[in-house]
Design a protein around this ligand. Structure first.
Ligand code: HAM
Length: 344
């Protein structure tokens, strides 16, 4: 029997690759204007890295990692790159002599999800990580960069959804508020969410069950869980987005599925994508470095799903075609033609 491509993966064919290369070329151009340098980390990492960084109760760590053993090593195909970049930053001392490290990456990620339009098991990220600052102006710059990148790719009609989770103490307050509020609706939540109330309440906000979505969309806390410093930073960021004319909307239900986030988080949605409507997402992860190496290092970043960018991009990015074509007739002409084409 013929052996097909694995479920949830795709060949990127010659007729498609021109548009992919064009998206990458334009992205590299914008990223270099903002002074980002490329980093390439291994496609597989030690499992412990993602367990520590993303959190044991997250969907990715619980269900979606392609894990394998090689001898004594317990490995995983990387489900995302932020944790890898943080590891590489620490391991290679990339903060030495440089206050702010701006890194970008383009490459495949792997998650064992149920495949559907815009959701694959192997997909690609174009992402950035700015490491070394707690300054909220960096959040504005990073969101501004994401906006600039989309414009360069000719994508329009997208929207940034923005929220702040606050510092770890605020996050606990936020989760307590959510617990109090959602417990009132416990009977109407799905079976999974009833468990999530005690395990990881933030995951209730990402549930795709219609009844849960209805309950969650009615929640609103006016950001009262934020401490004075986090509130000031958030106001500063939102004012900055207004000044840069970025199309944003505040969304208090946006929490992001990964434990490493704190402070400002965001997602970019696009109507052309259907159910999987996030073109990309990101936010601050100031406490990841504390978790990995007990270091105080501020950082913010985002990643776009390249497949989803390709779906939202206008379809006029053709590969550059053939430039010279030699036609010959007869043996002597063919010999001459081949000499000529080799010379050219
Ligand atoms: P994420 O939201 O898990 O964030 O992924 C970012 C984007 O990757 C999503 O918005 C989506 O466009 C795309 N994506 C995710 N899963 C799939 C899939 N199965 N198939 C196709 N596309 C997918 C992160 O991974 C964070 N590391 C982003 C970040 C960088 N935060 C800070 N720095």
């Amino acid at each position: 029997m013929f052996v097909q491509v694995p479920r949830g993966t795709k060949d990127i064919l010659p007729q498609e690759i021109g548009a992919w290369q064009e998206a990458e070329r334009k992205s590299r151009h914008i990223l270099s204007l903002y002074n980002y340098q490329e980093i390439r980390t291994p496609i597989f990492e030690n499992v412990a890295l993602f367990k520590r960084s993303l959190g044991d109760t997250t969907e990715i760590v619980k269900k979606q990692m392609f894990v394998f053993k090689q001898g004594e090593d317990h490995l995983v195909l990387r489900p995302e790159a932020t944790a890898s970049i943080a590891r590489a930053y620490l391991e290679n001392n990339l903060g030495f002599g440089v206050k702010l490290r701006k890194l970008f990456y383009i490459g495949p990620m792997f998650r064992a999800e149920r495949p559907q339009k815009g959701r694959q098991r192997q997909f690609h990220h174009i992402g950035v990580e700015a490491i070394g600052s707690f300054n909220p102006n960096l959040d504005i710059e990073v969101i501004g960069l994401a906006d600039h990148l989309l414009k360069e790719l000719g994508i329009s009609d997208y929207k940034f959804l923005v929220n702040s989770l606050g510092c770890p103490k605020d996050k606990i307050k936020f989760s307590d508020l959510l617990k109090e509020e959602l417990s009132k609706h416990k009977d109407k939540l799905c079976k999974d969410c009833r468990l999530r109330i005690n395990q990881n309440i933030f995951r209730v906000l990402d549930c795709k069950n219609e009844q849960c979505i209805r309950i969650v969309s009615g929640l609103g806390f006016g950001h009262k869980y934020l401490c004075a410093d986090c509130k000031d930073s958030f106001v500063l960021v939102v004012e900055g987005l207004k000044r840069l004319n970025i199309n944003y909307e505040l969304r208090e239900q946006l929490v992001r599925g990964l434990d490493y986030y704190s402070g400002v988080v965001f997602e970019v949605t696009h109507p052309a994508l259907g159910a999987q409507d996030a073109l990309g997402a990101g936010g601050r992860y100031d406490y990841l470095f504390k978790e990995l190496a007990d270091k105080e290092i501020g950082a913010v970043g985002f990643a776009f799903g390249q497949e989803r960018l390709m779906l939202a991009m206008p379809k006029n990015n053709q590969a550059v075609g053939l430039k010279v074509y030699i036609v010959t007739l007869g043996r002597a002409a063919t010999e001459k033609g081949m000499e000529l084409s080799q010379k050219i």
